[in-house]
Design a protein around this ligand. Structure first.
Ligand SMILES: Nc1nc2c(ncn2[C@@H]2O[C@H](COP(=O)(O)OP(=O)(O)OP(=O)(O)O)[C@@H](O)[C@H]2O)c(=O)[nH]1
Ligand SMILES: [Mg+2]
Ligand SMILES: [Zn+2]
Length: 305
């Protein structure tokens, strides 16, 4: 049975030239219907490329074979570039406290690149069963000082995610990003009953993840909220517009905006001492300086090209 009616859908997975699309606003959306769709040629190009998280119109729906065609893309709120996901409301940067070992510079790169999206960013710490309570409190305290909500989990305990689940249900589209092997899929399998996506132990020798999740995929928590699992990766040094950087570190923008500190030069990057009034005694300052330097050299390199 084919219908020519137009439906609004949500792209939940992308592979080659196909997309999985959930029909939106269905009453019993917990187990909503998924359609395998191709895209009408005229829309899937240039700035109209379609990503997981996009709202789309689908037509030529065949309810029997569960096939349809995406015929238009709705205006999106935002687009995260890596991993490519549209319409995100919350980012949960996810790291294990051990196995793989916690790398503060990596945590910082993930957090700062997430901040660029201008959405709420939180930090999830997994595998807390592998460290002492004292170390756990120390880490929570550290990342709170970096300006983040910290959710410390032991995924071996079956009820560890209850508060997080309640929080996720209040949000629209939450994405979990972080290195391979930290437990992103394990957590989502616990959160969504019946979900049994592949997970794998970290490699024995170097305690690195095995890149188990290969695709970005969006799952429904309810009619209004979704979570997105993503393939793990390590973040390369960031090369950003240096003028943006001071606003991405809460330790800096709090001083500038909330406390009203003023430096001698209006566009002070807070790396030269002359006329700079920023209090630099915060833990992430060396990371900030390093990011300014690498973004600067990137900037000058591009000017020379
Ligand atoms: N001890 C302990 N092991 C955990 C915890 N969370 C996850 N693991 C284990 O960590 C391993 C990796 O978990 P995955 O869920 O596959 O990790 P991932 O982040 O999805 O990795 P990629 O898909 O490769 O990006 C699995 O063997 C999990 O059982 C935890 O809180 N404690
Ligand atoms: Mg995974
Ligand atoms: Zn300054």
């Amino acid at each position: 049975m084919k219908t020519n009616r137009k439906y609004l859908g949500l792209v939940t997975k992308k592979f080659n030239e196909f997309f999985l699309v959930d029909l939106k606003n269905q009453e019993n959306s917990g187990n909503s219907e998924k359609f395998l769709c191709k895209v009408k040629k005229s829309i899937n190009f240039k700035d109209q490329l379609i990503y997981v998280g996009d709202a789309v119109a689908i037509e030529k729906i065949d309810f029997k074979s569960k096939r349809a065609v995406i015929t238009s893309l709705k205006k999106r709120k935002n687009l995260l570039v890596r991993p490519a996901v549209a319409n995100i409301s919350n980012i949960y940067v996810t790291f294990s406290v051990e196995e793989p070992e916690l790398n503060l510079s990596q945590v910082n790169r993930f957090l700062i690149s997430a901040e660029l999206m201008g959405v709420e960013v939180s930090l999830v710490l997994t595998k807390c069963d592998l460290i002492s309570d004292k170390r756990r409190s120390y880490l929570i305290d550290k990342f709170k000082k970096w300006g983040y909500q910290v959710i410390a989990l032991n995924l071996q305990k079956s009820d560890c995610f209850k508060n997080l689940l309640a929080e996720l249900k209040q949000k629209e589209c939450s994405i979990f990003i972080g290195p391979s092997g930290v437990g992103k899929t394990t957590l989502q399998n616990m959160i969504i009953p019946g979900l049994q996506n592949s997970t794998a132990p970290v490699s024995n020798k170097i305690k690195r993840g095995k890149n188990t999740t290969r695709n970005v995929e969006l799952f429904s928590l309810s009619n209004q909220s979704y979570i997105v699992d993503t393939p793990g990766f390590n973040m390369q040094p960031l090369e950003l517009d240096i003028k943006l950087l001071p606003n991405l570190y809460s330790e800096i923008y709090k001083q500038v905006i909330e406390e009203g500190i003023k430096c001698k030069f209006r566009n002070c990057l807070h790396v030269m001492d002359e006329g700079c009034n920023l209090n630099k005694s915060f833990e992430r300052y060396p990371f900030y300086k390093e990011m300014i330097q690498s973004s600067k050299s990137h900037y000058y390199q591009n000017q020379e090209d």
